[in-house]
Design a protein. Structure first.
Length: 286
């Protein structure tokens, strides 16, 4: 059993209401992955308090009401912000594997994913909402879940050994498939990022072979239709959609690429030999 430190717990409780007011929908704090937080910096040393001990698992998400969602890879647990356990559910059988990620819909379900399967839990009881879990693929890899403002969840799956295709699947609140895009890399680890208005989702498509042409694809969030793609070298995973309507991606050589929103052009704006000068970029990737 692992004990979560008082420092981590209290700090998160203090910030929970601030994040909830601004719609902390996904990993990175929002679908555009700008990682911008409205929480002010502390001006004095806070007083910490242990609110729960002998807690199994690690903190994954904070709900809009301040509930703390934890997981140990097999079980999802919900604690009140006071530290009282609300419920705990072992969902390995539902997911056909270990838990990979958790995402929360404000005033909606808690989405939980494994490498290839997705389910939705009732935030009050932890019981499964859908009659059957959503099996998106047969592979062994998936990326962090993305949830838009309507509660649609985007599930990117694939395989590390080429045993399953790459898929990006949009799943409705009721567990039905909205659309599915079949990628060409076979991998499912790459994250998905949305434009500010949530009309377009962007997906990196690194080449399978060294020296091959990599692309970045823009998909309609409504239909999954390919809107455009750019054949720029994009082997990295660090990227964000900034408020300046630019998409940024970085990669192993320490270069930083700037894309126009319609992906018709890209340019290197920083590398290891040149200092970073684009403030929108820096804010977007912090």
């Amino acid at each position: 059993m692992k004990t979560i430190s008082a420092t981590v717990l209290l700090t998160i409780v203090v910030c929970a209401d601030i994040f909830a007011q601004n719609g902390a929908l996904m990993e990175g704090m929002n679908p555009s992955r700008t990682n911008v937080s409205p929480a002010p910096s502390p001006v004095s040393l806070p007083t910490f308090e242990v609110i729960a001990s002998n807690v199994s698992g690690t903190l994954k998400r904070i709900a809009a009401d301040g509930s703390l969602i934890l997981s140990d890879g097999a079980t999802v647990s919900s604690y009140e912000k006071s530290g009282r356990l609300r419920w705990s559910q072992n969902i390995v059988a539902l997911l056909n594997g270990a838990i990979v990620d958790i995402a929360i819909v404000p005033a909606g379900p808690i989405y939980v994913s494994s490498a290839n399967t997705l389910t939705a839990l009732d935030p009050d009881s932890g019981e499964a909402i859908w009659a059957q879990s959503f099996g998106a693929n047969s592979g062994n890899e998936s990326s962090p879940l993305v949830v838009d403002s309507k509660g649609t969840v985007y599930f990117h799956t694939g395989s590390t050994v080429g045993a399953a295709p790459e898929k990006l699947t949009a799943v409705n609140l009721d567990g039905t498939q909205k659309w599915e895009y079949s990628g060409r890399t076979g991998r499912g680890a790459g994250g998905v990022v949305f434009s500010t208005d949530e009309s377009t989702s962007y997906l990196l498509q690194p080449s399978r072979s060294e020296g091959g042409g990599s692309t970045i694809v823009g998909l309609s969030a409504a239909s999954g239709e390919v809107l455009f793609e750019a054949a720029c070298a994009t082997p990295g995973r660090v990227y964000a959609y900034a408020s300046s309507n630019r998409l940024y991606t970085g990669y192993d050589s320490n270069n930083l690429l700037q894309f126009s929103p319609e992906l018709q052009s890209c340019s290197v704006i920083a590398n290891e030999a040149a200092p970073q000068t684009d403030e929108a970029c820096c804010a977007g990737l912090r």
